[in-house]
Design a protein around this ligand. Structure first.
Ligand code: HGY
Ligand code: MN
Ligand code: MN
Length: 402
């Protein structure tokens, strides 16, 4: 808990946690985590994408690894456990192994970007490790217009070498991530931990509305092309259409209004749209319906609409052989085994392109996450760590393993 507090202090904002990819705070977090990795007997390095990677050799050097990890970046004004708990706990669990020789190596990765806050493309760190990082992403800019390739150079990385962060399939036995649940299910059932069955897919879009700015006092209502009024109607359309499909969700979480003055009719608006569902077909159909309804709304209002897909990840199943080993560790620690899906996205989704993946969830207070009120208890943190440590110590490479 003290280490999480130390990481939470590395923030771009003075009163709360915001830490995004390739910032000085990311650099500081990497240094802190690398130090803890070294103390725990891991050899730590920063990879070509800015992830911090620690490695503990198995009973002989060079064996394929069990990869553990989560992310060190955050959303804006975040909770402090999302991502960080998984990294800090994995280090603690490896430290607890002491010198015990294992028939596999262990690597822990603190991914530099999962949330995608700075460049609007998510899981940049895990995609680089999985070998699915598209170099075209390097041209994305942050809100100050800084391209990712330049941010990388400022961070001390060579953007032309990002491919070197990619790992070979034969070197990774599995990727297993420990994370807070970010939902209310475990708390509701009085259970400290849960084993994830699958991670819901997600699709994200940027919607740009172009109307006509004008004088708020002189242009009659019937002659306006108000971009914000059109966008507002589209937000409600997304809410209504998602509500009609069980388990599907749609969120508009960002809106920017131009020129943004009390006495000016909004001329342009940019919205983000995030659409998720356990079934990729349901999600795609919902996204198509929302975008079609937005087009119709804008046509009626004589506002131009441009839709751009910024992100797409298919739903991701956790490997049964890994789920079984996590469940065995939960049971051996004396807790009921509860399996549940994840509505939140995780690095494991990107890592599934490289290796079989699985996740262990820890109960969090009232399911609150992506909010400063995110909370867990120290007692639960200890329970989760014991389960995870037991899983690691007993890990046996299965399908795809050595
Ligand atoms: O948005 C997500 O699901 C994740 O927390 N980045
Ligand atoms: Mn998150
Ligand atoms: Mn997370």
């Amino acid at each position: 808990m003290a280490r999480i507090a130390a990481l939470a202090a590395l923030s771009e904002q003075p009163d709360g946690l915001t830490r995004t990819y390739l910032t000085p705070q990311h650099q500081q977090a990497n240094e802190l985590v690398a130090g803890w990795m070294q103390e725990a007997g891991l050899h730590a390095r920063i990879d070509a994408a800015g992830n911090v990677v620690g490695r503990r050799e198995g009973r002989e050097p060079g064996l394929p690894c069990l990869m553990l990890g989560s992310h060190l970046d955050s959303v804006r004004n975040a909770g402090v456990y999302d991502g960080m708990l998984g990294v800090v706990t994995a280090i603690e669990c490896v430290a607890a192994l002491g010198d015990t020789p294992l028939p596999f190596a262990i690597e822990i990765v603190g991914f530099g970007d999962e949330e995608g806050v700075r460049f609007q493309a998510t899981m940049l760190g895990s995609r680089a490790v999985a070998g699915t990082f598209d170099p075209a992403l390097l041209d994305l800019t942050d809100r100050d217009g800084v391209p990712m390739r330049e941010a990388m150079a400022r961070f001390g990385l060579d953007p032309t070498r990002i491919g070197e962060a990619a790992r070979r399939r034969e070197d990774v036995l599995a990727y297993v991530e420990y994370h807070i649940e970010q939902g209310p299910v475990l708390e509701d059932e009085g259970l400290p931990v849960g084993v994830v069955t699958a991670i819901n897919g997600q699709a994200r879009f940027r919607l740009t509305f172009e109307g006509m700015a004008g004088h708020a006092g002189t242009v009659p209502m019937g002659l306006r092309r108000d971009a914000l009024a059109a966008a507002a109607e589209c937000v409600l359309v997304a809410e209504r259409l998602a509500g009609e499909r069980p388990q599907a969700v749609a969120t508009v979480g960002q809106a920017s209004v131009s020129p943004g003055a009390t006495n000016v009719i909004p001329g342009a608006v940019v919205l983000s749209l995030d659409v998720r569902a356990p079934d990729d077909g349901v999600r795609d159909a919902l996204a198509a319906d929302i975008l079609a309804a937005c087009e119709a709304t804008c046509a009626k209002r004589n506002v131009r609409l441009a839709c751009e897909r910024t992100h797409q990840l298919g739903s991701c199943a956790c490997a049964p052989w890994l789920r079984g080993q996590l469940a065995a560790a939960v049971a051996a620690e004396g807790h009921p085994v509860r399996e549940l899906p994840s509505g939140a996205g995780h690095d494991a989704m990107a890592m599934a392109a490289l290796a079989d993946v699985a996740m262990l969830f820890l109960r969090c207070e009232r399911g609150i996450s992506h909010h400063p009120a995110e909370a867990i208890t120290a007692e639960d943190a200890a329970i989760g760590a014991r389960v995870f440590a037991r899983f690691i110590a007993g890990f046996t490479a299965g399908r795809g393993g050595a």
